[in-house]
Design a protein around this ligand. Structure first.
Ligand code: KIV
Ligand code: ZN
Length: 496
């Protein structure tokens, strides 16, 4: 079996998505979950980009034991100095430096020449090598870089000491055959020494997984991926898709270090912390990924699972018999569940979550892992300037939809009522009457978590104010309340 290294960039490329930003504590939670999942490399951030990113790389380096911690830089000495400093506590560390190599980048981004770019690439790798042995180089926009020139870049950085060379399809442009041929061309034309090639594919044309697999079949031995495929624009390659494709095709004789039974819990945790819903039909981790609804399929799987199921859901950690918590569950059971989900809390935080848990359990019979994750991630809104005090709606068919809303704004009480084309519309109009701000809802997504009419509804909202989009999130068994809370959550981000 050949080993394929899994390089997770959820905390760097994934976290760049607007609305997905995590604080340092949340990033440590994610990093620990990735460690338990078995990833080889965690790209923890881009330290020069902000003090928050710098600090997260420092703290993740302290918290994580065995995976390599990687920090991104441009091919700039100052970036490399800062990254090396951020990585000082890492037990295993890597600098990921690079520069654009396509003619688009060379001409329009750097106003430079191909030769000068090679010089800058080599200088950056040599500079990073002064700090550590493990240096990865990325040839940004390699997907649109001419292969002959790319081979010269790759050879030059390997000669300069690069241990891994990343071939990103930055714009998600390549066809699988084209990307596979690119990797093969490099393997055939570059003296690789001890170095390996890495794939880094984006999903703009929906081919990220196919391209990564073609890269691996052509000789790449590292894949750069994110959980749930999150990432800028259409996203990055999904960890779960590549890993399960490799595992399902034993004839490839390639193995990863991933404990696949941790895939589903990690996916849920990240979706919940990043407020990023997973589409129901998403491969491997979508709610419907293993749901057989057509009569013919149901008949087949009842006779034998192998008729329509290529993966046993248990292999990715989906357990239909998972214990659910109820109103009778105690604090210890809740703490245990949180710990299984990778969340360690102190007594004070546990009491806070337990209180919310009991309130939710009053309204909902079974509390699922997703509910627990939402409760654990919920910000205490005590700190917020605007808080929802109460909400009363009258809605139905053939009557007017009316909402009365009570808000607490920095301790002062306000009330307004409004009508609308539905209860959410009426309630948000009433909130707007109180806050007096020009806002437009750009995106509004309501999602049930599990099954049943008593289920918790999650609301994701993007609210535009003065040309900027603000992200709001809430979860509640009352979806009108969840919508109003998500709206207020977004508004709190621009009301000072
Ligand atoms: O997509 C890309 O090219 C990247 C690099 C910075 C590695 O994310
Ligand atoms: Zn990328």
């Amino acid at each position: 079996m050949d080993k394929l290294f899994i390089f997770d960039t959820t905390l760097r490329d994934g976290e760049q998505v607007p609305g997905c930003q995590l604080n340092t504590i949340e990033k440590i939670q994610v990093a620990k979950a990735l460690e338990t999942l078995g990833v080889d490399v965690i790209e923890a951030g881009f330290p020069i980009s902000s003090p928050g990113d710098f600090n997260s790389v420092v703290e993740i380096s302290k918290a994580v034991t065995w995976p390599t911690i990687c920090a991104l830089t441009r091919a700039v000495e100052k970036d490399i100095d800062v990254a090396a400093d951020a990585l000082k506590y890492a037990k295993r560390k890597r600098i990921h430096t690079g520069i654009g190599t396509s003619d688009y980048h060379i001409k329009h981004k750097f106003n430079s020449t191909r030769e000068e770019i090679i010089e800058r690439a080599v200088a950056a790798v040599k500079y990073a090598k002064r700090y550590m042995e493990d240096v990865e180089f990325y040839a940004e926009d390699a997907g649109r870089t001419d292969n002959e020139y790319l081979a010269r870049v790759v050879q030059a950085v390997i000669n300069a000491g690069a241990t891994v060379v990343n071939i990103p399809d930055t714009t998600g442009y390549c066809l699988p055959t084209e990307y596979g041929a690119k990797i093969k061309y490099l393997i055939d034309h570059v003296e690789m020494k001890e170095a390996i090639l890495s794939t880094h594919c984006h999903q703009d044309l929906g081919m990220a997984t196919a391209n990564s697999i073609m890269g691996v079949l052509s000789g790449a031995r590292q894949v750069e991926v994110t959980i749930n495929g999150i990432g800028e624009r259409a996203g990055n390659t999904s960890l779960e898709e590549v890993v399960m494709a490799i595992k399902s095709h034993k004839e490839l004789e390639i193995d990863t270090n991933i404990n696949t039974q941790k895939i589903y819990p990690t996916s849920r945790m990240i979706s919940s912390l990043m407020n990023m819903p997973v589409q129901p039909n998403k491969a491997i981790v979508g709610r419907n990924a293993f749901a057989h609804s057509s009569g013919i399929h149901q008949d087949g799987v009842l006779k034998n699972l192998s008729t329509y199921e290529i993966i046993n859901p248990k292999d990715v950690g989906i357990d239909d018999n998972a214990i659910v918590l109820t109103a009778r569950s105690g604090r210890a059971a809740l703490k245990n569940r949180l710990s299984i989900l990778g969340i360690e809390v102190d007594d004070e935080k546990l009491s806070e979550i337990y209180q919310q848990f009991l309130e939710l359990a009053d309204r909902k019979k079974d509390i699922t892992d997703e509910d627990v994750l939402i409760l654990a991630g919920k910000e205490t809104n005590k700190m917020h300037r605007i808080r929802l005090d109460y909400l009363q709606v009258t809605s139905g068919l053939g009557i007017r939809n009316v909402a009365i809303v009570g808000l607490d704004i920095a301790g002062e009480k306000f009330e307004a009522s409004a009508t609308g084309n539905g209860p959410v519309d009426a309630a948000i109009k009433a909130v707007k009457q109180i806050i007096h701000r020009q806002t437009t809802i750009q995106e509004f997504l309501i999602q049930a978590i599990n099954k049943g009419s008593d289920d918790t509804g999650k609301v994701h909202m993007q609210v535009e104010h003065e040309g900027i989009n603000y992200y709001g999130f809430s979860a509640n068994t009352d979806i009108v309340a969840a919508a109003v809370e998500a709206f207020i959550n977004a508004v709190n981000k621009f009301v000072k």
